[in-house]
Design a binder for this molecule. Structure first.
Ligand code: ADP
Length: 263
């Protein structure tokens, strides 16, 4: 197949003059495709060995046959296996999301139910250190992919827990206006310096790598959020004050929403 991919850039000068730049990006596009396939294949191939290792580790720990001095190393091995498994799963999910940036799914997802579910999961991650509140004045149905929407909502809520190490209130809020629907997660955590904000959705970008690793982060969460949003014609906005906390908001356009059941 020798079809070409071209980009067109038009700059207008006044009424009747324009500069048109045509670029052939076929090679770039093919390389990008190869990179995605490679990451997806490697991630997929790593899953089986990881499952086997995790399985034997669990058996060994449960058997009580391992010598006492192996208890700690075995525990660390399990923890790292869990970490690696979530990294591999995130890479695979990201590769899948990247292959198509358009429209996902026809699931009808109740925002209120999704928020309650995510709040429950965030509470169990928090282990009682945070006060996690849900404010959803009016339910809406989002048309899209239920699994993808869950991972976008959950990533923001889990980050709010992870990056508020001293505990404190976290609020999940849904509101609608003429621009559409907005899901905001507000925390009173460590906050983010404004110079980092434009880069947060890059793969593996972390403000503080040490802290992120400690909290079990893969550095892929917000990249996944960004791609889920692209596929739902939605976008992300972030406001933050270092030392005070952050608010991450998912903005959905009106055409993705229908009224949900009243409370
Ligand atoms: P990670 O797996 O490292 O949490 P993410 O892609 O989810 O990766 O987030 C990227 C980086 O953005 C994090 O490493 C962290 O530095 C920063 N970040 C994300 N959410 C928050 C938050 N609520 N408060 C402060 N920093 C945050």
């Amino acid at each position: 197949d020798d079809s070409r991919i071209l980009t067109l850039e038009v700059t207008r000068f006044g009424q009747d003059e324009a500069l048109v730049i045509v670029r052939d990006v076929t090679r770039l596009h093919n390389l990008e495709q190869m990179r995605r396939d490679f990451v997806a294949n490697v991630s997929h191939e790593l899953r089986t060995p990881l499952t086997v290792i995790a399985g034997y580790l669990e058996t060994l720990q449960a058997s009580g046959m391992a010598p006492q001095k192996w208890e700690r190393p075995l525990m660390q091995m399990s923890e790292q296996t869990v970490r690696m498994t979530s990294l591999v799963n995130d890479l695979l999910l990201l590769a899948r999301l990247e292959t198509s940036e358009r429209d996902s799914g026809r699931d009808r997802v109740s925002v209120r139910e999704l928020m309650e579910r995510v709040a429950g999961e965030a509470r169990s991650l928090s282990g009682g250190r945070h006060d996690i509140a849900v404010a959803c004045e009016q339910d809406n149905i989002i048309t899209g992919d239920a699994g993808e929407l869950h991972s976008a909502f959950a990533n923001l809520a889990f980050n709010a827990v992870k990056y508020s190490p001293d505990g404190g209130p976290i609020e999940l809020r849904w509101k609608t206006d003429t621009d559409g629907g907005h899901f905001a997660v507000k925390d009173c955590g460590i906050g983010i310096d404004s110079l980092h904000i434009p880069r947060l959705t890059e793969r593996f970008y972390r403000v503080d790598a040490g802290r992120s690793r400690e909290s079990g982060g893969t550095g892929l969460g917000l990249a996944i959020v960004k791609h889920v949003l692209l596929r739902h014609s939605a976008n992300l906005s972030v406001t933050s004050t270092p030392g005070r906390g952050s608010t991450f908001t998912l903005n959905f356009p009106p055409q993705k929403l229908t009224p949900g059941s009243s409370a």
